[in-house]
Design a binder for this molecule. Structure first.
Ligand SMILES: Cc1cc2nc3c(=O)[nH]c(=O)nc-3n(C[C@H](O)[C@H](O)[C@H](O)COP(=O)(O)OP(=O)(O)OC[C@H]3O[C@@H](n4cnc5c(N)ncnc54)[C@H](O)[C@@H]3O)c2cc1C
Length: 426
């Protein structure tokens, strides 16, 4: 059975054709920068470095967008994986403000990017409905009450909701493929199916040699690890700091007629639980359903499918019932890795002399990965202040399996807190 981490996604079958990646016979004798990882972080960094006049090679184990960046929920909003209260506690008020501002700038950058005519195929739709399962607090005037919520969806569980007209949904794989084209047009060399296995000091002065699985060696002056939650192929200090955490997505069979009766809105929908769901309608009357995390083991495709159905049923029992009656279910299920640090903040900056990290965006990378990449590229191109916002971030070791157990316990604890607040009177 195929590994859910690389299982076929709905995006794989509903996206534009990728550009042809670079050929080994184009490779330069030496690059200014070698970027390991062809996700959103790695590509935005490469584009910016190359636009700044540097020579850049990107190495991607599989294909561009095969990591989290091309198989995620496609939700883009401001903010970070850590919530604002946590960020304030970790960084102090002043730094936290700068950090929050970066999250907004990342969101604005993405918004500008997707509005370019060349990015039309990413199929942007604006608007997010953020729901609460806790009892409706009628003192909050901006909040939709259970009656008004019915205009958007029919579910017995949600008690209130807020609309954010600015956030948007999009096809992340198309975004990655268009960004790849833009990188190539700007002179970036992109080598796919080219895992970096080792980075060693080179005989060439002030350089590293990258040894790849394709039996090709490359020389670069500086190396950036933009490996997301997929690190560990070539060990770096990052592996001690970032835990690979899995999360899951399921996409239904086409549900013509049925789906819109239960979820009327085209807005992307999320809920404000600490361990919540996110979902959105896709073209072709399908529903994309995002859920859960796991630090351990491997769930089979059939287990993810079963869990998704159970989860959907607990929010939309009538929809689930109609699906069962018609013999419909989830056609696509998959998972992906997110890189999480102990404090949920990313690692952006120097790892050791001339080696840098750009990873750890957790489940909120669509705005945070690009803005972090922009800050790092400015730094590498000579603006020594551009990483100041990241200076106070501590990088704590996760202690391997111990960290994974801790992550599972925290997730269970948060789910329990969610459960209690759902049933607690206000
Ligand atoms: C299922 C899922 C749903 C999500 N939904 C959302 C969402 O809706 N909104 C949101 O904001 N965020 C979401 N996220 C999080 C977001 O996708 C990530 O934070 C973001 O994509 C991280 O980008 P990245 O470039 O750091 O990592 P990735 O996109 O994972 O890229 C890292 C790449 O590095 C490559 N790599 C690793 N090691 C090597 C090596 N040695 N040699 C060569 N290549 C290597 C990997 O193959 C991979 O392609 C989701 C994540 C997942 C998994």
């Amino acid at each position: 059975m195929s590994d859910p981490i690389y299982a076929q996604t709905w995006y794989d079958e509903n996206s534009i054709k990728p550009s042809k990646s670079s050929n080994f016979n184009e490779k330069l004798n030496r690059y200014d920068f070698a970027v390991i990882g062809g996700g959103l972080a790695g590509l935005v960094l490469s584009l910016k470095l190359s636009q700044g006049g540097a020579t850049v090679a990107v190495f991607e184990s599989k294909t561009i967008g095969s990591g989290a960046s091309g198989r995620n929920g496609g939700f883009c909003s401001a903010g970070w994986a850590a919530n604002p209260i946590k960020i304030k506690r970790l960084l102090g008020e002043k730094k936290a403000e700068l950090f929050e501002d970066l999250g907004v700038r990342g969101f604005e950058w993405m918004k500008k990017q997707v509005s370019k005519p060349t990015y039309k195929k990413v199929n942007v739709k604006f608007g997010e409905l953020n729901l609460s399962l806790a009892k409706f607090n009628n003192k909050d005037e901006s909040s939709l009450n259970p009656h008004n919520l019915k205009k958007y969806l029919i579910s017995p569980r949600y008690k209130s909701g807020l609309i954010n007209k600015d956030s948007f949904q999009f096809n992340p794989l198309n975004f990655m493929r268009i960004l790849m084209k833009e990188c190539l047009e700007n002179g970036v060399h992109i080598f796919e199916n080219c895992s970096v296995l080792k980075v060693e000091r080179s005989d060439v002065i002030n350089s590293f040699e990258l040894l790849t699985k394709s039996n090709q060696n490359f020389i670069a002056q500086k190396v950036i690890y933009a490996t997301g939650g997929y690190g560990g192929l070539c060990t770096s200090k990052l592996d001690k700091v970032l835990l690979p955490i899995k999360t899951f997505i399921a996409v239904t069979d086409p549900l013509p007629g049925t789906l819109k009766d239960h979820i009327h809105t085209e807005f992307m929908v999320s809920d404000n639980r600490r361990a919540g769901n996110y979902y959105r309608r896709l073209d072709g009357d399908r529903l994309l359903w995002g859920m859960g995390i796991s630090a351990f083991g491997s769930k089979s495709l059939s287990t993810i499918k079963r869990d998704a159905f159970k989860d959907l049923k607990s929010h939309f029992p009538n929809l689930a019932q109609e699906m069962s009656t018609s013999g419909l279910s989830f056609e696509y299920v998959w998972s992906g890795f997110m890189g999480y640090s102990r404090n949920f903040l990313p690692y952006v900056g120097e790892l050791s002399a001339n080696k840098y990290a750009l990873a750890g965006f957790g489940g909120h990378g669509m705005n945070t990965a690009p803005i972090s990449a922009i800050c790092l590229s400015d730094f590498l191109l000579g603006n020594r202040n551009s990483l100041n916002s990241f200076n106070g971030v501590r990088h704590l070791p996760h202690y391997g399996s111990f960290g994974k157990v801790a992550a599972e316990i925290v997730y269970k604890y948060l789910s329990l807190k969610d459960f209690i607040s759902e049933y607690r009177p206000i």
